[in-house]
Design a protein around this ligand. Structure first.
Ligand SMILES: Nc1ncnc2c1ncn2[C@@H]1O[C@H](COP(=O)(O)OP(=O)(O)OP(=O)(O)O)[C@@H](O)[C@H]1O
Ligand SMILES: [Mg+2]
Length: 398
């Protein structure tokens, strides 16, 4: 007898939406990157001296999230690597994601690993580690590319010590040479840098502008052709994904996520093709993921603040003054056995929540009481609960 799971299995097997959904994942690097020809060429021009054994300039790459910085850099380095091998040039490429390796130690240990220099996981001082790296590197006549992707994460967490050392390393080398490629989507980040580091890191600068809707459409088309079964996707669906992502800020990752999730929803529903409604649902799902992720990674007091606004709205509806919110917040904080932040600080945190699109604030005039700021949550309560419930103490309030 067939049970409901048999039916589900059958349904899933019958419909086929994807040929290969991995092609839509963010870490897949296509062979062809439409609308990045200029950046590809500029980066290649900067790095190409390596094929004549000269040290290329350091490059600093910046642009908003999802504008192809990582994809282009990996693509160009890969091509240079292939060309270098053909010419018998000794080339090392260290690709470091600084959001993952966010300490000076880990960055240096990673560099040592790339050139097979053995170092302990922990225990050496940074200067000793650096000294060993320099020594091991200089045993050969070679050029090393050091890619520091999302380099802002390293600097914010651990300062610019390693960057400083690396931008000066060539003075200490006689045989080997090092070129650095720094990548960031945080345009204000260079303010954190020592001016000397800033200028040597930015010998060349490369800006990646956001994509517009038409460009995103081309990018999606190219990936969709390989990812979906023929007929499972229509130009209208691609257009819609591109339009939504362009309206946000021209983020190709976002556009690809929309398309992938829309496909997954269609598959789950047993549809034989993706339609616009699936894209709308995907948009909601992704928005929820975004909000939950943003709230989860917030400091504890910001979470308590969100909890406070949530609780007061549950009881009395939307739109309360900073003062009213502060009162609820203070009570909750005391319940947790903590000291409340000052009202001034909470007011700043409310502004931050506004910028992140979690609350909406407006100034209202209250006659002779003067003007005050009113805040309301603008994300669905289910998202708030989802984000906060992990903490058992907060969960008891929900
Ligand atoms: N021109 C393009 N053609 C095809 N795919 C692209 C293009 N630009 C970006 N992508 C794809 O979009 C996604 C995001 O690109 P990428 O990871 O390079 O962004 P990024 O600029 O490094 O963003 P972040 O600052 O968040 O790290 C990847 O899946 C990438 O393959
Ligand atoms: Mg990137």
């Amino acid at each position: 007898m067939k049970d409901s799971l048999d039916e589900l299995f059958e349904k899933v097997m019958k419909v086929k939406i994807f040929v290969n959904r991995d092609i839509l994942r963010p870490d897949y690097i296509p062979n062809d990157l439409p609308h990045r020809e200029t950046q590809i060429l500029r980066l290649a021009e900067t790095l190409v001296p390596v094929l004549k054994k000269s040290r290329p300039s350091n490059v600093f790459i910046y642009g908003m999230t999802g504008t192809g910085k990582t994809a282009v850099t990996k693509y160009v380095l890969n091509r240079i690597d292939i060309e270098g091998r053909k010419k018998g040039i000794s080339l090392n490429i260290a690709y470091i994601n600084c959001r993952h390796d966010d300490t000076n130690y880990r960055v240096l240990a990673n560099l040592c690993e790339t050139i097979n220099a053995k170092v302990p996981f922990t225990g050496l001082s940074i200067s000793e580690l650096f000294r060993r790296f320099v020594k091991a590197l200089d045993t050969k006549d070679r050029i090393m590319f050091v890619v520091l992707d999302e380099v802002d994460a390293l600097v914010k967490k651990s300062g610019d010590r390693v960057l400083y050392d690396l931008t000066r390393i060539n003075n200490q080398l006689t045989n080997a040479k090092v070129a650095i490629i720094g990548i960031t989507n945080d345009l204000n980040f260079t303010e954190y840098l020592d001016p000397r580091v800033r200028s040597s890191l930015g010998e060349e600068e490369l800006v990646f502008p956001p994509y517009n809707a038409v460009e995103l459409e081309d990018i999606l088309k190219q990936r969709a052709d390989k990812a979906f079964v023929e007929g499972a996707i229509s130009p209208e669906v691609i257009k819609l994904c591109a339009a939504i992502a362009a309206k946000e800020h021209g983020d190709a990752r976002r556009a690809l996520d929309l398309l992938r999730v829309a496909g997954e929803i269609a598959e789950r529903e047993g549809a034989d093709r993706v339609v616009e409604e699936h894209v709308r649902k995907a948009q909601k799902e992704l928005e929820k993921d975004r909000v939950v992720e943003v709230i989860r990674s917030m400091p504890f007091h910001s979470k308590l603040l969100i909890l406070s606004i949530y609780l007061i709205e549950k009881e009395k509806g939307r739109g309360h003054t900073t003062g009213e919110i502060y009162e609820v917040y203070s009570n909750i904080v005391k319940n947790f056995g903590l000291e409340p932040l000052t009202q001034r600080r909470i007011s700043d945190l409310i502004n931050e929540l506004d910028m992140l699109g979690i609350v909406n604030t407006k100034i209202v005039s209250r006659g002779r009481y003067g003007r005050s700021k009113i805040a309301s949550l603008i994300v669905p309560y289910t998202h708030i609960k989802e984000s906060l419930k992990e903490d058992p103490r907060m969960n008891s309030f929900l």
